[in-house]
Design a protein around this ligand. Structure first.
Ligand code: CA
Length: 242
């Protein structure tokens, strides 16, 4: 039974989420503020965290998210953010935070359960092909959900991994943002283009020597992104322009 950690200060929301998640076959542990949430994460090693953005006290949802990503044992745990404002979402999903999904308040508990299921499905690795894709120094291991660069493991969020693994299914072929969104977000989402861009930016920061002149993940202008199938030829010799 997967354990879901809910970090949320509004008791009514906690109760309704607990109710729906329990009925959907999940175990639920809950905390009302950031520090006790982190404590529970350390004790319970949850399979997924539902995290409210606006928490009382000195530690808000962004701080908790950052801290979880920093701790080795939780750096890969999927995180769904609860947020009151749609405008926050780009910032949440992208950049340094690496939350995997978000739900805007007010939400239906059914929607939250559906997203919990979707995120767990795509991060569980159960449908992963037993394939390792190697492009120059970059190694993408779908079975173990690991990425290595020159033999060294690279820590990616579940969403970053899914994006990279999708690109690696057909190196050289451009994927549209829409395709990437569908692959990564179960086709439920329609406006994640800029979230894809943010994740790609993060991926580049982690695996490219010079993220401004990427050698692995290339932009196909007007389309989307592709994994370079000839990185050795490209490396350091000419600027990438598409
Ligand atoms: Ca709150």
């Amino acid at each position: 039974m997967p354990t879901i950690l809910v970090i949320e200060d509004e008791p009514q929301i906690v109760e309704i989420l607990r109710d729906y998640l329990l009925r959907s076959g999940f175990r639920v542990v809950a905390a009302g503020d950031g520090p006790s949430g982190l404590g529970l994460a350390r004790r319970e090693s949850p399979d997924l965290v539902v995290l409210d953005l606006m928490l009382p006290g000195a530690m808000d949802g962004l701080d908790v998210c950052r801290q979880l990503r920093r701790e080795k044992s939780h750096s890969m745990v999927p995180i769904i953010m609860l947020t009151a404002r749609v405008e926050e979402t780009d910032r949440l999903i992208g950049l340094e935070l690496g939350a995997d999904d978000y739900v805007t308040k007010p939400f239906s508990p059914r929607e939250v359960v559906a997203r919990v299921r979707a995120v767990l499905r795509r991060t569980s690795g159960s449908e992963a092909a037993a394939a390792i894709v190697q492009v120059a120094d970059l190694e993408i291991d779908r079975e173990y959900r690991q990425v290595r660069l020159a033999g060294q493991p690279v820590e990616l969020t579940p969403t970053e991994f899914d994006l990279l693994a999708t690109l690696a299914t057909q190196p050289g072929r451009p994927f549209t943002r829409e395709e990437l969104t569908e692959q990564v977000y179960d086709a439920v989402y329609t406006s994640f283009d800029r979230a894809v861009d943010s994740h790609i930016k993060n991926l580049r920061r982690k695996i490219e020597t010079d993220p401004g002149r990427p050698e692995y993940i290339l932009t196909t202008y007007g389309v989307g992104y592709r994994l370079n199938d000839r990185p050795a030829a490209a490396a350091g010799q000419r600027p990438q322009h598409g």
